[in-house]
Ligand binder design. Structure first.
Ligand SMILES: NC(=O)c1ccc[n+]([C@@H]2O[C@H](COP(=O)([O-])OP(=O)(O)OC[C@H]3O[C@@H](n4cnc5c(N)ncnc54)[C@H](O)[C@@H]3O)[C@@H](O)[C@H]2O)c1
Length: 478
């Protein structure tokens, strides 16, 4: 631990970031900008090649910044996981999706842990950043890393009795690894608390947010041991302005789930009220604007066609997975999830009601969707409700097209299964394409969308995002 702390103090440590996507690449760039040497690991050769050529693929990172940190060799990327042994700290930012049965797919964390166990050097700090269920760090990762380290050629040799005394700092500082007596059985794994330290620090980055980014968003950190917390604090504070330390990884894991389920529940609440308001002839957008004038006790959430992205739709399933182990029923979260799952279906009813007002059926109508990203001004369509609406309405015989300035094509996923291997390409947004559609549906409120132009040329509009402020007869709003 002492040598690691010395390296951190002298800025000579190397940080490995595993998974170079929306979360990992900005984090890696941040550390590199802070003057720390960073090695980025990813399974995708094309991402690694792009980074090494200074080619940026994450919208929130400025191209010049990436070029600068790659140019001054602070950041390099690789698919060679044996280089993990060059790192003093490893930050894991791999995906945590659901499998086809909507259960946590832990295979990415598992494969990262195996690579770490097999390749790390003694004295490594490891922090998981991926969103997951509470207890993952201690109960899933720790045994996996220790077990995998059996195949690590750098595993320290020591006699069994040293196991019991080595939780603390002294054993590491003394570097008591080798036992000269060849007849004494050796332990053959890395041990947490002496050879490595494990922590959890959830990533809170909000892609597309121009005010808050990786560096100035306060970061929560929980480690298994006080030593791990001390190391983690010293490392993270180089690249993050403000840290909030908690007593354990499972507290930090629950913090992330709380933040995301808080959003899920509140979005569901406003979506339910939007549906009721629609039936009662009340404009929910006007209601929210008025409610927002209350200076305390109310935070505005906005309705929409459903929830999307890699976090909020998935996290309840992660929580449910662990709640089941504790024989606990998450009834509030279930209800919220249920409301949101139904939203795309309600939106299809809204579109068919709008078409009906023009004496048209869904079957055979040309429908142009504006925006497939799950939220404004980003290039991420994962779990986007727009895709689900497109899927449902295509199956009903609509002729579907879309325009999204950030997403040039949509490929088949479980939400767009009707594509059956084919893809949809974004079309140009022109007065002609707007006029040609029997119905234009605004699914994402990208700021590039010109409400006036849309309203001027579209014959019928379904606005699910309150883009058209001055709605006339042919505008149907959520
Ligand atoms: N995107 C967000 O807005 C956001 C915000 C907060 C938290 N998170 C969480 O962060 C985690 C990562 O999300 P993301 O959006 O960055 O995902 P992403 O898909 O953009 O990036 C993940 C990267 O990991 C790589 N990868 C997969 N398996 C790997 C392995 N075994 N070793 C090395 N690389 C591997 C992939 O090739 C990909 O480049 C998830 O748990 C997510 O829930 C995401």
């Amino acid at each position: 631990m002492k040598s690691l702390l010395q390296k951190i103090a002298s800025n000579t440590e190397t940080i490995g970031v595993i998974g170079l996507g929306y979360v990992g690449l900005p984090l890696a760039v941040n550390f590199a900008q802070a003057g720390v040497k960073v090695i980025g690991f990813d399974k995708s050769q094309s991402k690694v090649d792009k980074i090494n050529q200074g080619e940026n693929y994450i919208k929130d990172i400025r191209d010049a910044v990436l070029r600068e940190v790659v140019g001054n060799i602070k950041l390099t990327a690789t698919t060679d996981f044996t280089r993990i042994k060059e790192c003093d700290a490893l930050l894991i930012c791999v995906p945590t999706p659901l499998d086809k049965f909507r259960k946590p797919d832990m295979s990415y964390i598992e494969s990262a842990c195996i690579a770490i166990g097999q390749n790390m050097k003694p004295g490594t700090f490891i922090s998981l950043e991926s969103t997951t269920y509470p207890t993952t760090t201690e109960e899933f990762m720790l045994p996996l890393i220790e077990e995998s380290s059996k195949q690590n050629p750098l595993v320290p040799e020591r006699c069994p009795e040293q196991r019991s005394v080595s939780k603390g700092r002294e054993a590491v500082e003394g570097n008591n690894y080798n036992n000269d007596n060849p007849t004494t059985p050796k332990t053959t794994t890395f041990r947490h608390g002496t050879d490595f330290w494990l922590a959890y620090s959830p990533e809170r980055v909000d892609p597309g947010n121009t005010s808050f980014h990786t560096k100035n968003t306060p970061k929560v950190l929980g480690a298994i041991t006080p030593e791990g917390l001390e190391i983690g604090e010293k490392i993270y504070s180089k690249a993050i302005d403000q840290l909030h330390l908690v007593s354990s990884p499972k507290v930090a894991e629950m913090v992330k789930i709380l933040e995301n389920t808080y959003r899920l529940v509140n979005i569901s609440l406003i979506n339910e009220l939007a549906l009721l308001s629609g039936k009662m002839g009340i404009d929910i957008w006007e209601v929210i604007e008025a409610a927002k004038t209350k200076p305390f006790g109310f935070q505005a959430f906005y309705p929409g066609p459903g929830i999307g992205g890699h976090c909020i739709p998935l996290d309840p399933f992660y929580l449910e997975h662990i709640a089941k182990k504790y024989d606990f029923d998450l009834s509030m979260i279930h209800t919220a999830g249920h409301i949101n799952m139904r939203m795309p279906h309600y939106m299809v009813i809204k579109i068919s009601t709008a078409l009906n007002s023009h004496k048209k059926s869904v079957n055979g109508s040309k429908i142009l969707f504006l925006g497939v990203a799950y939220k404004p001004n980003i290039d991420d369509a994962r779990e986007s409700p727009a895709l689900e609406i497109i899927d449902i309405i295509s199956r009903k015989g609509a002729v579907v097209s879309y325009h999204d300035p950030y997403i040039p094509q949509v490929v088949e996923t479980h939400y767009s299964a009707s594509l059956r291997g084919a893809s949809l390409q974004s079309i140009e947004l022109t007065p002609e394409t707007l006029h040609d559609a029997d119905c234009v549906v605004i699914t994402t409120n990208h700021s590039a969308f010109d409400a006036e132009m849309i309203q001027q040329h579209a014959r019928l509009i379904v606005d699910l995002r309150n883009v058209i402020k001055d709605a006339g007869e042919d505008v149907f709003k959520l």
